[in-house]
Ligand binder design. Structure first.
Ligand code: ZN
Ligand code: ZN
Length: 206
């Protein structure tokens, strides 16, 4: 289950310079996108994990012929097509650009204006038990070389009783935190029903 919120937009002028009246009004916006994902791993204890990702800046350059919000919004719309929450972003940015343009003497002289905008998208997801198991299995996944170094090639998987690695085709294995090793597929099936290691009954997650 996942919820998204309206993004937070932070904008500031990084550079502004007045030009002669015959020069155009050029505005450059460096738009950075930051995604913050909050993963609630346990609803009872409230334990959570946070993942933040920042994308490289996206440059929007526009030529203002009017300081009206509508004009600026239309220019931004054209550049932001397909951007998440595009319309909300345009509504947020247009008045700020307009104010900065007026401060720089819109209508009396030309100018160059550079603004930095950071849009933060926040999502909150609650992990289901299936997702927790999958994540655990992925975290414990072992590479073939690592597995060979344990000298367990001949050991069977105690869930299906077949060999862990030998057989017609190689199978992925996972070592759990208790150090027991099983086939990934077998373990995922098992964890759908139980929350413990099949061998030692250590609890997998709380
Ligand atoms: Zn197995
Ligand atoms: Zn175990």
């Amino acid at each position: 289950m996942s919820m998204s919120f309206r993004p937070e937009v932070e904008v500031h002028v990084t550079n502004g310079r007045k030009l002669s009246p015959s020069e155009p009004n050029s505005v450059i916006i460096r738009l950075k996108t930051k995604s913050v994902e909050i993963i609630i791993e346990n609803q009872t204890t409230g334990r959570q994990n946070r993942r933040t990702q920042v994308s490289p800046p996206f440059l929007i350059d526009i030529n203002l012929r009017s300081s009206s919000h509508d004009h600026i919004r239309t220019l931004l719309h054209d550049r932001l097509v397909g951007y998440p929450f595009e319309s909300y972003l345009c509504d947020d940015l247009a008045p700020k650009i307009s104010t900065a343009a007026i401060d720089l003497g819109f209508g009396h002289n030309g100018f160059t204006l550079t603004m930095a905008a950071t849009v933060t998208y926040r999502t909150v997801s609650v992990m289901s038990n299936d997702e927790k198991s999958l994540r655990m299995v992925l975290l414990g996944r072992m590479k073939a070389e690592e597995f060979k170094s344990l000298k367990m090639e001949t050991e069977p998987c105690s869930i299906c009783l077949e060999s862990l690695v030998s057989g017609p085709k190689p199978r992925d294995v996972t070592r759990m935190t208790c150090s027991h090793v099983f086939h990934n597929g077998c373990l995922l099936e098992w964890l759908k029903r139980k929350n413990t290691c099949p061998l030692c009954r250590t609890e997998i997650y709380d």
